[in-house]
Design a protein around this ligand. Structure first.
Ligand code: ZN
Length: 390
């Protein structure tokens, strides 16, 4: 038995509150969760979890792992993600995606970067396609990409209601969704369609039309950036009432907020107060996307980069500033995205689940230790493992 680790006496949120428990894991898997798991042996590593909470590693459903942006010229293409961008922020599973640029950013590069991050310790999956329709693929076919290429679990982020989208019509989106759906069914994956929703006035009307006029269920789509403004958030709540998922983006800057973006934590709290079940609500970081700064004449004057670590920060903000119960805030960044994405071993602490775990301070929620696939990546808030070029 390799690397037996026993975390004793931590308060476990799985994400449901299990109270004080011991958690035993070996290799990449959790073996047992229970009271007083007393084991002994030379290979057993015991960790005292007293005064700490044990949480599942976060599942981030949208990260531009190879960088994004570029809308201000080649010098505005944002850099790739580093391993510790995720691990220091408690993210152990993430979904890589292209964005606006599927010309200088490619799916082959995306898969290579995902492979690199997996080797370095994370669990990484990808979306085929990009903003545009017809979708970029590797095999020439969306269904084939999802069936034949392990890391592809769906397609996205396909853009709607945005001047940068391909201005797709409902028929085009229906065909794309059905191809992703079939790919998911044949390969036992989610086949989910991640949708980038821009600032356009049509908001979610196109998705509603697709659901109304076809046999594709609302749950096939996973629209993001719904906290972009209040009108879109209202549209998102109406979409949720039809069974749709709603994803909030946690990377932001002062200008976006001044222009009407709602902090993801606040948007999450508003949706919960309005009765949207947490099983339909998620947050994602949009990590390594570009966050452009414009002057009053609309000229680009600066560029910030989305941070994967904003996901955990928003989860904490939901608890500490907006009084969302920890179980609910945590569910929106662990169990719910894992279920939507069809990742059964992720986003929960249970026997048989993957050993993706966070030990955090029970008062401040500051991250102390991070385990990804059973390997300790962070100790006392400092990285034990760094990426190849960090
Ligand atoms: Zn987007």
């Amino acid at each position: 038995m390799n690397n037996l680790t026993l975390i004793k006496n931590a308060h476990v949120f799985a994400p449901q509150d299990l109270g004080r428990q011991d958690v035993l894991f070996a290799g990449q898997q959790i073996l047992a969760v229970g009271h007083h798991l007393d084991l002994q042996g030379d290979t057993l590593h015991v960790v005292d979890g007293s005064g700490k909470l044990l949480l599942p590693g976060l599942v981030d459903s949208l990260v531009h792992i190879t960088g994004g942006g570029g809308e201000g010229g080649f010098h505005t293409r944002t850099p790739q993600m580093n391993l510790t961008d995720a691990t220091l922020g408690g993210v152990t599973t993430l979904i890589g995606a292209l964005g606006t640029d599927a010309t200088t950013r490619t799916l082959t590069d995306l898969l290579a970067k995902a492979g690199a991050l997996c080797t370095e310790g994370l669990s990484v999956y990808c979306y085929t396609g990009s903003y545009q329709i017809p979708a970029r693929t590797i095999t020439g076919n969306i269904t084939d990409d999802i069936v034949l290429i392990d890391k592809f679990i769906g397609i996205g982020e396909v853009a709607i209601a945005d001047h940068r989208s391909s201005q797709p019509c409902a028929k085009e989106l229906m065909r794309l969704a059905s191809e992703a759906r079939i790919g998911g069914m044949l390969s036992g994956k989610a086949g989910i369609v991640s949708i980038h929703v821009g600032e356009g006035a049509s908001r979610l009307a196109l998705l509603e039309q697709v659901v109304r006029e076809s046999d594709i269920p609302a749950s096939q789509f996973y629209p993001t950036h719904i906290n972009r403004n209040l009108d879109l958030l209202e549209a998102g709540m109406a979409w949720a009432a039809q069974g749709g998922f709603v994803d909030m983006t946690t990377s932001t800057n002062a200008q976006f907020l001044a222009e009407g973006e709602i902090p993801a934590a606040k948007a999450l709290a508003m949706c919960l107060q309005r009765g949207v079940p947490v099983s339909q609500l998620t947050m994602s970081s949009d990590g390594n996307a570009s966050l452009p700064l414009f002057d009053s004449q609309g000229r680009l004057i600066g560029l910030e980069v989305g941070q994967v670590a904003s996901l955990y920060q928003a989860m904490v903000e939901a608890v500490q500033q907006y009084n969302v119960p920890l179980t609910q805030a945590l569910t929106s960044v662990t169990l719910t995205p894992a279920r939507i994405l069809g990742l059964t071993g992720k986003g929960r602490i249970a026997s048989g689940a993957d050993a993706d775990l966070l030990l955090v301070d029970d008062d401040t929620l500051a991250i102390d230790s991070v385990y990804a696939k059973g390997r300790q990546m962070v100790a006392e808030g400092v990285p034990l493992v760094k990426g190849t070029f960090e």
